[in-house]
Ligand binder design. Structure first.
Ligand code: PEP
Ligand code: MG
Length: 573
């Protein structure tokens, strides 16, 4: 028996034989061509063929696992039509006489790398999409067949270096018990797809998993992030019991996804979604979201090669707000700068970008960027339930300055005869320790807080969230972070204000009892996490959660805290 560690990506248990997933060899030579026009036509034909393949896979994804997966492929189809990407490839072929394979690879890789440099798991996942689309076209150009699972004949645990969304969809699900990949993070697409297919998955595993002999018996625990080679009888028996219990819990959670999250003693909390675009809005509604706790508006800016104007933003925000009707949508103003660079903004190079010119700091200094966004948001507020939230707030002065600009925008719009909703709630993200420590002062300035534990953890522990060497140190389960969360909730409640949390912690089943016990009012998470989160809340009483939280906050480290909550959750099932 030997265990391998990875990142828990999709909870559940699988026991079965190992199957190695190998993609065909996409090797090609880079060379110049004598007839660039014919070469471009060859690439154009491959792009069209790829579009047809994607349409087929998308239909299959929709039938098998729902709209969210189909949306991924619709996004793939759109990438193939991206004017910038097409222009770059055309330039390389017609301008430099480069062969189609090289032109495609260069353009896609360049685009993927730009997305990867943005400190955001959402956009890193988009980089994987770009590579997925490019390898599809490359396969067509090179005539490599798409069947890396030819030998898969019995239900198996799939081991792979990485799995793209199309790899995942093309797999015959009746033969897949779970996934374990070396690449990927908890919010990579493999993880998202695995969760929505209800398949256990471990990502970011030790590379040695690729050396496991094919057919060897494996036990996969997606909730713990472990893969065991040749498990003994006792482990198998334990896994089988947990497998049954987990399956029952999830089935019930999905059935009740649209019901409210009320504890056994009648305490109701809101469970809402983190989204980045209109496709996310649809996924959120389907998963049972009661609104949007975090609309990351960066997507609009990153999708463009220019600053999106007020009208473009208005249309995008309105579509999302309308989709949610009377349910709340919290729009977070632009969180860009530092390492999330927008090439067209010409931002200065910084030594410590996370401690630099980011988010509200940049927006306050550049009203020509900030005001169109605020005007667009205010215009889109009519007929919906919009709330506005400022990111990366460190001082009370910043909140006041941002509110002043917002009021200027409102006054301008009203003077122009443009309607604006009344009583729009204004909040801040609490993601810098300075704001968490003085939460009682901030509480008098705003209507609500949303705690951003992704950043709050990295700033509290001084551990760069993008640096794998220290990322584990910056866990949201660190006692110091949990103490700050408690401080923020207590301070807000003393002023009669409500508190949400939109970092990854809110959707973590082991964090939910603690956050509930600390008095959190709103839990905002990636849509697939919603059904189980609601179910966990329903399984507890507020009194039980308070006890869990109180004890958890006395423990010393993230591991003991997680272990403690896990024990308690079993008791409450
Ligand atoms: C956070 O910091 O917790 C957060 C939700 O914001 P982002 O991950 O977009 O920085
Ligand atoms: Mg943040």
């Amino acid at each position: 028996m030997k265990s391998f560690e990875g990142i828990a990506a999709s909870s559940g248990i699988a026991i079965g034989p190992a199957f190695h997933f190998h993609r065909g060899d996409l090797h090609f030579e880079r060379h110049t061509v004598t007839d660039p026009a014919a070469e471009w036509a060859r690439l154009a034909a491959a792009l069209e063929a790829a579009q047809r393949q994607i349409a087929e896979i998308s239909a299959r994804a929709k039938a098998e696992s729902g709209k969210e997966e189909a949306d991924i492929f619709e996004a793939h189809a759109l990438m193939l039509e991206d004017p910038d990407l097409l222009e770059t490839m055309q330039q390389a072929i017609k301008g430099q006489s480069l062969n189609a394979e090289a032109a495609l690879q260069d353009a896609a890789e360049n685009y993927a790398q730009i997305l990867e440099t943005l400190d955001n798991e959402y956009f890193s996942a988009r980089a994987a999409d770009v590579r997925d689309v490019a390898s599809r076209v490359l396969r067509i150009l090179l005539g490599v067949a798409e069947s890396p699972t030819a030998g898969l004949t019995t239900p198996s645990i799939i081991l792979a270096h990485d799995l793209t969304p199309s790899d995942t969809v093309l797999l015959d699900k009746s033969l897949v018990l779970g996934f374990c990949t070396v690449e990927g993070g908890a919010t990579s697409h493999t993880a998202i797809l695995a969760r929505s297919l209800g398949l256990p998955a471990v990502v970011g595993a030790e590379p040695e998993v690729l050396e496991i002999p094919p057919g060897a018996t494996l036990a996969l625990d997606g909730g713990e992030g472990t893969l065991t080679l040749e498990p003994d009888e006792a482990l198998i028996a334990d896994y089988r019991t947990r497998q049954q219990a987990g399956a029952q819990l999830l089935a019930q959670a999905r059935k009740d996804a649209h019901a409210p999250a009320i504890t056994r003693d009648g305490h109701r909390v809101e469970v809402v979604a983190n989204i980045g675009n209109i496709a996310g809005a649809a996924a959120a509604l389907e998963a049972g979201a009661e609104g949007v706790g975090l609309l990351r508006t960066e997507f609009l800016y990153l999708e463009h090669t220019h600053l999106p104007d007020e009208e473009e933003q208005y249309q995008a925000y309105r579509a999302i707000i309308e989709a949610f009707g009377s349910r709340p949508v919290i729009l977070r103003t632009l969180d860009i700068g530092g390492d999330k660079d927008l090439p067209y903004l010409d931002l200065p190079h910084e030594m410590n970008p996370f401690l630099g010119f980011r988010a509200i700091r940049l927006c306050l200094a550049r009203p020509e960027i900030f005001k169109p966004q605020l005007r667009a948001a205010l215009r889109a507020s009519v007929g919906g339930n919009l709330k506005i939230m400022f990111p990366m707030v460190a001082t009370v002065a910043e909140v006041r300055a941002a509110r002043t600009i917002l009021e200027e925008c409102r006054a301008e719009l009203l003077a122009e005869g443009q309607p604006v909703a009344e009583n729009i709630e204004i909040g801040i993200m609490v993601e810098i320790p300075a704001a968490a420590l003085l939460a009682e002062r901030f509480a008098t300035e705003v209507d609500f807080f949303s705690i951003g534990t992704n950043d709050l953890s990295q700033y509290t522990l001084a551990a760069d969230r993008t640096n794998a060497l220290v990322a584990a140190l910056g866990s949201g389960f660190q006692p110091a972070v949990l103490h700050l969360v408690r401080n923020v909730i207590t301070a807000a409640h003393a002023e009669g204000k409500w508190v949400g949390l939109c970092g990854e912690l809110a959707g973590d089943p082991l964090a939910i009892p603690i956050l509930l016990g600390l008095g959190l009012d709103e839990f905002s998470m990636n849509p697939p996490a919603i059904p189980l989160a609601k179910q966990i809340i329903r399984a507890l009483t507020l009194a039980e959660a308070r006890e869990v939280a109180q004890h958890a906050l006395e423990l010393d480290n993230p591991q003991t805290i997680r272990a403690w909550v896990k024990e308690q959750l079993v008791l409450y099932q």
